[in-house]
Design a protein around this ligand. Sequence first.
Ligand code: MN
Ligand code: MN
Length: 266
Amino acid sequence: MNAGTPTLLGIGFDSCSSYLRGAGAAPPMIREALGCSASNHWTETGVDLGGDGAYEDAGELAFDDQDAFSGIQAGVAKILEPGARPVVLGGDHSITYPVIKAFAQKYEDLTIFHFDAHPDLYDEFEGNRLSHACPFARIMEARLVKRLVQVGIRTMNRHQREQAHRFGVEVVEMRALPAYDRLKAAGPVYISFDMDVLDPAFAPGVSHRESGGMSVREVIAHLHAIRGEIVGADIVEYNPVQDLAGMTATVTTKILKEILGKMIVG
Ligand code: MN
Ligand code: MN
C-alpha cells in the first residue's frame, strides 16, 4: 500500500442490527457492482479509478464473532499504519465505532461528516450499547473526534436531541438541506455514509426505509461540496436482502466512486 492510497476493506458484520440482518452480505455485492462493465471507471470529478494504483483493495476482513470489534479496530489500524486511507464497506453502522477507535490513534482532530436518516446517538438500544443505533454516542463520549456533523437526519427524538446537545453534535436535519457550507473542515475528515440517508425510492436496499430522504443527485452535490482532507470513509447499511434487482448496489457503488474521486482529487 502506498502512502495515502484509498484502500477498500470489506467488513461483513451485521450482528448489531436491531431490526433486520443482511448488511453483512453487502461488501462482495458492492465490489461486483464496482467492476460491472455497464459503467466506466471515471468519476464525475474527472478521476479515472481504472488507472494504475488509483485505489487498492485489502479484501474482506476476517474477524472472530466473539471479539469482532477489536478485530475490526486492528484491521483498520493495519491499513492506517503505512499511511493508506481506509474506505470501509459495511456491514451495519455499529462498525463505525471500532473503525474510529483506530483512526483516533492516528488523528486527534478528526471531523466526521455523517450522512444518515438517523442520528445513531442512543445511549443504548434494546439493551445493546454497541447497537447500530449507538455508534456516535460511543464515539462522542470517548472524545474520539473533534467534530461530528450529521446530514440528512429525519428521525430525531427527544432522547437523541438531548444526546446531540450533550455532545455538541452539529445536526443538519433533512428539512434544512441543502447545506453545502456546513461541510467544511480545517483538519482531517472522515465520511461515514449510511445508505438510508437516501430516499428509499432511490435506495430500497436498506434495513430501515425512511421516506423523505436525499436523492442520489443531492448526495453527490453534498459530497462534492466537502472541503477538507478526506483521510477515510465508510459506506454502511446497504442490505442486499431488501434490494430490488440490485439497484441499491448500483447506487452504493456510484457513491463509493464519488467518495474515492474526492479523496484523490481533493
Ligand atoms: Mn446509521
Ligand atoms: Mn440510518
